[in-house]
Design a binder for this molecule. Sequence first.
Ligand SMILES: [Zn+2]
Length: 336
Amino acid sequence: MPLVPMRQMLDEAKKGQYGVGAFNVNNMEQIQAIMEAARATKSPVIVQASRGARKYSNDQFLYHLMLAAAELYPEIPMALHQDHGNSFETCSSAIELGFTSVMIDGSLEEDGKTPSSFEYNVAVTKKTVEFAHARGVSVEGEIGTLGGIEDGHGAGGTGLENLTDPDQAVEFVEKTGVDALAVAIGTSHGAYKFSKKPTEEVLKMSLIAEVHKRLPTTHLVMHGSSSVPQELREIINQYGGALKPAWGVPVEEIRKGIAHGVRKVNVDTDNRLAITGAIRKVFVESPEKFDPRDYLKPARAAMQAVVEARMNAFGQAGHAGDYEAKTLDEMKAYYK
Ligand SMILES: [Zn+2]
């Protein structure tokens, strides 16, 4: 299937009352793991690349791998999304490259670290929406500031410093016209989100319900939504790793979010953990091996297992055949 606009994918997810996992990629094996999981579970999927991933793959490698995926998995609706664009230029270059969706993260200034003013966020997001919608491309914005740092992007902190304000969320969506909205509810990027199983005190699921009530037609996005399963951490540590204990966002909490309008769920850390554990295991158990395929194949399989589990949990499994891809020209007309 040609690359699908994310707006269409999330509108369909709303109709079917499910969430769509958005998985980060940097290389071929990660894309293969996601596409095999999508095929096995018959799922639509969002593949996303951070600024760091685009730099790592020199843009063209990544884009052509995605075209290969679209050709090899014609039955799978797939959106290609820019994760955490720090500036209008990052987003416009992604659109010119062929991405069907971009996130402009105006909650931080262009340095990707300093929390910005509401006025700055509205201005940079509105400019990006105008450029993207004129080309049929979908836009995700962010209101409030997520915690942690990933790929050099993020304000740091626990994620509780600048939670989404529902009134501001309404004003932001009215002023910018974004298709999807990332909300700050206490989650953060990376492997160390919470020091114990999160409760409402640190993971404000009630905020999602509140924002959804006020913005029933805006698709909500949960960032930092890896679950950081203990068994993945244990495999890494069993084979020489040194990860501290930590809690992520339990899958049952994500499912509550989906019941309250969350349509896009970002997952990266869990896949990184699965890949690293599988590679460490081969290195320790078979030190005589030196063909990269000997450890990349198990790494790919380990990531596929995680992605399949998330696709089933988020409810997107079984929905790949529900619709035909809209063209960006059709989306252009829709936005007009
Ligand atoms: Zn994020």
